[in-house]
Write a new protein. Structure first.
Lengths: 471, 220
């Protein structure tokens, strides 16, 4: 009964014009904007409206019991509020969910830019000349076929360190050769910043745009857009190929409005590609139902298996942590670890704990730094750790994915904490043994009792290793 | 219930007081509440700036414009968390966010006993009003349960927050008084930074026969 009411309603995008008018304003292609975001004067706007290059639409949908914001798809009542609006003299509803990107008011329309633009056709745009492993090649072929075919979804389930970005290159090449528009969306700003120069290097001729919260470029007039998933709030039926990297990552996986935005940003006949190392329930369900085509890449690019996490029972762990310390035997393990060449990555459940343990280890005489989400010098600290300028990095789940250190051991302290779910633990374990020179690493979960999440994570790693052996 | 600021669900703590008596519904979660910092009693008697005795700013003001503004009352300090809040509320236009501060505001307002004062709002220029859609000062007055009195008009200019301290001090008075009053007045605004805005208004009021002018701001 409950599931009947909670089940997802199919999204209705009939308000987006179905046969867009061709035009040459690249900065309007497939955009969904508020009036003040339109980069044209009032007069030009009127002209564009009369030519139907831009169409107006109501910003809110009224349903029987709920309102729906057309920009972010929010339907939760507590995320709408009323405002005694001076301009129109009435009390207007606005959406609080997407207010970071400018206020959507009931009485102000949204403007949709026609997506019918001729994007340039590139000949042989890919400058990357590396070779793919057999596993990568298989996935790349599947993706290329999907891009060629259009309309449909495809999931690439690749282990951490499989070289997912390279897998995309043939598919991106194919799309650029046929004049399609591509968007590579990922939930995290850090990843966008890191990916854009890499992709620009691989496709030197191609115009790319990086879009994130405070990116210098806001226009995104390029045929190849690399953006955070939040930026998709500004697009409607814009992309022929939509690639979503790390579908299982926060905040994408648990924010229905981002799923809404992703769906709307893609054209109705677009190829949608998901990349992940740790699919969530929803994707796993669809895999079981066989409603989502999938390609596995169970082996890392260097061909070695993933390090399997070791579970270490530590009954007194919480007592020490509450004092801001680590148990004596753990300290001895760290001391022994520090005699090896590998650096050490320590994961703790909260920012406060991470800072406490970092200062505790510093007092014990180690070279330590801590990194977390509220740290302004995050990028520099990570870079200097990568350059081996210090030995131990204490961090929170912020570093669980997207970062590569050549040779580290990974210890998770208090792995039973709720923040360490299966996906997080698999990702954390995937930080070890990333390079071909040192393809192994010691992964330990210190806990006060095994949780299902920990067991599932170990199970998932073992399963992938088994699949990889068969290859 | 969800927090008005961070939208995370609020789990009410059960204790004997709210077990036996009807509880007061909280609008914001504990984390957000801790972000705001109340101004204690140890503050400048003129402008509520935290610290001992009259602050340097007020001494300078009294030399320049003696007796223009009688007193300023503020509720919270303008710390980093408050800055984020103001950015969201005023500049992004999240009108409802201010309800988060309702309890703190009302408490302070009651304490000051301002019943015979006329609550005057700071006007916005037409352009700014159109852009923002609401007047933040009016919203605050309505929240404490008074009717805002519109005594002023404003000429459109640059935002105060975009100006340097120097430029603010030298700026001309953007207000003009349209309805003089002989009642005591309290000017309600969101932030008291240099005190320039309220003094522009206060000087006009005093020149036109207003006996007492105080100001009430959320942040100092």
């Amino acid at each position: 009964m409950l599931s009947y009411f909670q089940r997802k309603k199919p999204q209705n995008f009939s308000w987006i014009p179905s046969n867009p008018v061709p035009h040459s304003h690249l900065d309007l292609a497939g955009k969904l904007l508020l009036q003040h975001e339109i980069p044209y004067s009032e007069k030009d706007l009127q002209m564009l409206l009369s030519e139907r290059i831009i169409t107006k639409t109501e910003s809110m949908e009224q349903h029987l019991f709920q309102t729906c914001c057309r920009r972010c798809g929010n339907t939760q009542a507590h995320l709408f509020a009323e405002l005694p609006h001076q301009t129109c003299g009435k009390t207007c509803v606005y959406c609080r969910n997407c207010i970071q990107m400018g206020r959507v008011l009931e009485c102000e329309p949204l403007y949709i830019g026609s997506a019918n633009v001729q994007w340039p056709v590139y000949e042989d745009p890919c400058a990357w000349k590396g070779t793919l492993t057999p596993g990568q090649q298989r996935a790349a072929d599947d993706l290329t076929a999907q891009v060629q075919k259009g309309s449909g979804e495809h999931l690439v389930w690749a282990v951490c360190g499989a070289g997912k970005t390279e897998v995309l290159f043939p598919a991106i090449t194919k799309a650029l050769e046929t004049g399609k528009r591509i968007c590579l969306a990922t939930p995290r700003t850090d990843v966008v910043r890191e990916l854009q120069p890499r992709l620009q290097k691989a496709f030197p001729e191609v115009d790319t745009a990086a879009l994130y919260g405070d990116s210098p470029d806001k226009n995104g007039r390029a045929p190849f857009v690399i953006a955070t998933t939040h930026q998709l709030f500004r697009y409607a039926h814009a992309f022929d190929v939509l690639i979503i990297d790390e579908v299982d990552a926060f905040p994408f996986h648990n924010d229905p409005t981002l799923h809404f935005a992703a769906k709307r940003a893609a054209k109705p006949d677009a190829a949608i590609i998901y990349l992940t190392a740790t699919p969530r329930k929803e994707q796993k369900r669809r895999l079981r139902q066989k409603s989502l085509p999938v390609t596995f890449i169970p082996r890392r690019f260097h061909g070695h298996p993933l390090p399997v996490p070791a579970l270490k029972l530590t009954p007194m762990l919480h007592r020490s942590l509450n004092k801001g310390q680590l148990p004596a035997h753990l300290l001895r393990t760290i001391a022994a670890q520090q005699t090896t060449a590998r650096q050490l990555l320590l994961f703790l459940p909260s920012i406060k704990k991470a800072e406490e343990i970092a200062s505790f280890l510093k007092e014990a005489g180690y070279e330590v730094k801590s990194v977390h989400a509220e740290d302004d010098h995050r990028a520099e600290k990570i870079q200097s750790f990568r350059n081996k300028e210090y030995r131990i990095l204490v961090t929170t789940t912020i570093l669980e994915r997207g970062v590569t250190f050549p040779s580290v051991d990974v210890y998770v302290i208090d792995a039973g904490h709720v923040v360490f779910d299966e996906a997080a633990l698999v990702q954390i374990a995937g930080r070890a043994g990333r390079s071909a020179d040192d393809p192994d690493g010691d992964v330990r979960f210190y806990h006060i009792g095994k949780t299902d999440e920990m067991l599932d994570a170990v199970e998932a790693v073992k399963k992938m290793n088994k699949l990889g052996q068969k290859l | 219930m969800n927090c008005y600021l961070c939208f995370s669900p609020i789990v009410p703590e059960v204790n004997w007081t709210n077990f036996l008596l009807p509880g007061i519904e909280k609008k914001i979660c504990v984390t957000c509440e801790e972000g705001f910092e109340r101004i204690s009693d140890e503050c400048c008697p003129m402008c509520s700036r935290p610290g001992k005795g009259r602050c340097g700013d007020c001494t300078r003001w009294e030399e320049m414009l003696p007796g223009v503004l009688d007193q300023n009352h503020s509720v919270l300090t303008y710390n980093a968390f408050a800055k984020d809040f103001v950015a969201k509320w005023k500049y992004r236009g999240d009108y409802a966010a201010v309800e988060a501060l309702e309890a703190a505001m009302k408490e302070k307002w009651k304490l000051l006993n301002l019943e015979d004062y006329l609550a005057v709002c700071v006007p916005l220029s037409l352009e700014r009003g159109k852009e923002r859609g609401f007047n933040q000062s009016e919203a605050l007055i309505r929240m404490v349960g008074k009717d805002p009195a519109h005594l002023f008009e404003r000429i459109h200019g640059e935002k105060q927050s975009k100006r340097t301290r120097r430029a603010r001090m030298e700026a001309e008075n953007p207000f003009s008084l349209i309805k003089p009053t002989n009642q005591p007045v309290i000017i309600v605004d969101d932030i008291y930074t240099t005190g320039r805005t309220v003094r522009h208004m206060a000087s006009l009021l005093k020149e036109n026969g207003c006996p007492r002018v105080r100001s009430f701001t959320i942040f100092r």
